[in-house]
Design a protein around this ligand. Structure first.
Ligand SMILES: NC(=O)c1ccc[n+]([C@@H]2O[C@H](COP(=O)([O-])OP(=O)(O)OC[C@H]3O[C@@H](n4cnc5c(N)ncnc54)[C@H](O)[C@@H]3O)[C@@H](O)[C@H]2O)c1
Length: 396
């Protein structure tokens, strides 16, 4: 008989109440007034909301940095008209990080407890002037806490590794937004592997995305978005690495279905793809494989073929006698485990688990010195290794 258990949800609402005390204000500088930071109809992300839930009355957003004042005003107006207005009433607007850091050099007492960077990758994560805000911040504040969205940059991979080397000279706390690492289902799979002392033989990641609501034109240009593996499949390359370890990048091999292939025609595109040069159009399906340094093999199958709204996702892990599947990471995550004792899979459900809440719970706890640094599950170096893998797949 199939055995099914359910793990209770994380109690975000209770945690807000637990943090209601106003005695230690936590100051945040938010960089970017777009979808990841303030929500978008395409998905469940909304970093500001998760920070509000974590900190309650203790939150003060000191600065919102965004080059387009209209966007900043729209966000601030809506926040000031909501039940979290206390956190935004005094927020100052800046149009660039340089302007903000210049202000802080004259007002060091306003140094924020955390910087939260959620902007397109062209504008950060590099060692080149103009896209080097992480380095600018840590040069001025060597102990700063930075939360940075994925992908960590769109710069050359060697430039990103140079940033890693430069960041190592400072004590900054850095967390990269690979939120799936914080899912309870992922934690449970990690624990199972550890408890049973398993050697992973292969990781097989499947990410089938729905395309008809994705109307951001830049996303459909490989050179502008970085391509769907760098931009989107990155979450599953990252999770594969989380279980498989470091990748031997020279072993990456790829096949893909292009828009020009007869089976690559999509009937419900939300943008006019005719205006995009053919060599710039995104592949419909990418099949990549690689060897990990451990000798294990990784596989990624990424597609942009489903219509509707839900994504279909799965990560399979195999080890001698054990078959572990992590299913529906964007929806209701489930863990399936087949072990040597029985051919029948055990199923564990993890309903209502919010990895965005948990990644900020960990980041804020570490930034406040209340949690050990190990609670941050993805740092800049690790995010750079994932970026390196996604670039190798895209350029193969
Ligand atoms: N982890 C997730 O689930 C997830 C979900 C969505 C987006 N993201 C990532 O977040 C990043 C941003 O995506 P988005 O959807 O918010 O994009 P967006 O286009 O909705 O918003 C980007 C915002 O950044 C601002 N901006 C641009 N350059 C800037 C600069 N130099 N300084 C300050 N602000 C600047 C823009 O004005 C805009 O407000 C991307 O890297 C994306 O991959 C992650």
């Amino acid at each position: 008989m199939v055995s099914t258990t359910t793990v209770p949800a994380n109690q975000a609402a209770d945690k807000v109440l637990a943090n209601e005390s106003k005695d230690s204000i936590f100051k945040v500088a938010i960089v970017g007034a777009g979808g990841i930071n303030f929500g978008s109809p395409e998905g469940p992300w909304n970093n500001a909301q998760r920070i509000e839930q974590n900190l309650g009355q203790r939150l003060r957003v000191n600065a919102l940095i965004n080059p387009i004042p209209n966007e900043t005003n729209r966000v601030l107006d809506s926040k000031r008209d909501s039940n979290v207005s206390y956190a935004y009433n005094e927020t100052k607007m800046y149009t660039s990080m340089t302007e903000y850091l210049d202000y802080l050099s004259r007002h060091p007492e306003d140094e924020p407890n955390a910087f939260v960077i959620g902007i397109p990758p062209d504008f950060h994560g590099s060692n080149k002037v103009g896209a080097d805000m992480e380095l600018q911040i840590v040069r001025q504040f060597p102990n700063a806490a930075l939360f940075i969205e994925k992908p960590i940059t769109s710069a050359a991979v060697e430039d990103a590794f140079d940033v890693v080397r430069q960041l190592e000279q400072h004590q900054a706390i850095i967390s990269i937004g690979y939120m799936f690492r914080y899912l309870k289902v992922v934690e449970a799979a990690k624990k199972y592997i550890q408890d049973n002392n398993l050697n992973i033989v292969c990781t097989i990641a499947r990410y089938n995305s729905s395309y008809i609501h994705n109307s951001k034109v830049f996303w459909w240009y490989v050179s502008k978005s970085g391509g769907p593996v760098v931009e989107q499949g990155t979450h599953f390359c990252d999770l594969s690495r989380y279980f498989g370890g470091d990748v031997d990048i020279s072993t990456v091999k790829v096949n893909r279905v292009l828009s020009s292939d007869p089976c690559g025609k999509l009937s419900a595109l939300p943008i006019d793809e005719g205006s995009i040069p053919e060599h710039e159009r995104v592949p419909r399906f990418t099949a990549a494989s690689w060897k990990y340094k451990s000798g294990a093999v990784g596989i990624l199958a990424h597609s942009i073929i489903l219509q509707g709204t839900q994504y279909d996702t799965c990560l399979e892990l195999q080890a001698d006698g054990h078959y572990i599947r992590i299913v529906d990471l964007y929806g209701t995550p489930r863990l399936y485990i087949r072990s040597p004792e029985s051919d029948t899979e055990r199923i564990v459900n993890f309903p209502d688990d919010d990895p965005y809440f948990s990644e900020f719970e960990a980041f804020i706890g570490v930034a406040e010195g209340k949690l050990p640094r190990e609670r941050i599950l993805s740092d800049f170096e690790d995010g750079t290794k994932t970026y390196e893998l996604t670039k190798a797949i895209t350029n193969n």
